[in-house]
Write a protein that binds this ligand. Sequence first.
Ligand code: AMP
Length: 383
Amino acid sequence: MTAVDDQILYPPASIAVVGSGQLGRMFIQAAQSMGYQAGVLSATAETPAAQVADWSVLGPPDHLPALRALAERAQAVTVEFENVSAPALRWLAKRRIVRPGWRTLWVSQNRIREKSFLTRHGIPHAPWRPVRTPEELATADRELGRPMILKTADSGYDGKGQVLVGPGDDPEDAWSSLGRASCVAEGWVEFAAEASVVVARGRDGQAAAFPIALNHHERHILATSVAPAPVGPIVAQEARDVALAVAQALDAVGVLCVEFFVTADGRLLVNEIAPRPHNSGHLTIEGAYTSQFEQQVRALCGLPLGSCDLVTPAAMVNLLGDLWAGGEPRWDNALRDPGVKLHLYGKRTAKPGRKMGHITVLDSTAEGALARALAAKQALTER
Ligand code: AMP
């Protein structure tokens, strides 16, 4: 730990986030509510994060003049996405507090490194093989069987850069459709459910985990999350233990999300690690004593973490751009339920699949919260 790392930053210190989407926006809003001056390194002045920031530096995340300007204005820097260039973060970390560190991001930026990390630490995951050559592709096909999934090692998200290789398919064709890029091949997991645990970890290694959330995806995009997930206490505890072990093994400081497949017999397999707040943790804004974004602020500034306990069960439903197909959604319809909390990210154009906002509902049961959140979403398009 360097002298810079040791510092506790009190409000109104100036802190910043690299990346300008909704995660950056909600980090900035949490920082501001604690009295910090919050800035962003943003692509343009119109992004969700730049719209609410106290100050912005405009430029790409690995542009040296932009990073220099960021270092001049912020005492501590975090990220909202994992693909920030590691050399850029290393440069920044010599001058300012940077959390999570570049090593944490380095692992989760690339699926081969991520899977190797999981294997090395004995953390359960789907069977996988690296695919960088035709020989490795043939080995993966022989050893994993069908169906298998090819996923590009770099920069895939929301199911992009993935192709399923079914029983009758030619794996060479599948790999070509991904530009014969460096990939991982994964064995098919017959999962019963998908779930996630968001963890916050401080600079002193103290960590806390939010209760496990149950996630439902549509077209590879998160559609709904509910917490606590309707799993037994043993699975819930194991998910927390695994997520905390991942955070510790990565020496992550900040917020991290571990996504799981849950098999029918209650086994948990880690699918992905995101070293930042996660869409499935948005329900913590109203649903938990401390939101995932406030935890990110606390960890960044060297403050003690808050409680990850839920106030009550909660559900989150994503609002995708598809909802705008027939005109502006009927916000008044959705808000007829007085428990509905609406979050919009300030995106100017609605496109199919684009995350425009979300709805959260708290209820005495997770099913009740989900039913009300879905009803509110449905009401948005009733004319
Ligand atoms: P990922 O980008 O790796 O999170 O994958 C996107 C989605 O594809 C996951 O949320 C799953 O629904 C599905 N998927 C990914 N990998 C597998 C697998 N090995 N077996 C079954 N389904 C998978």
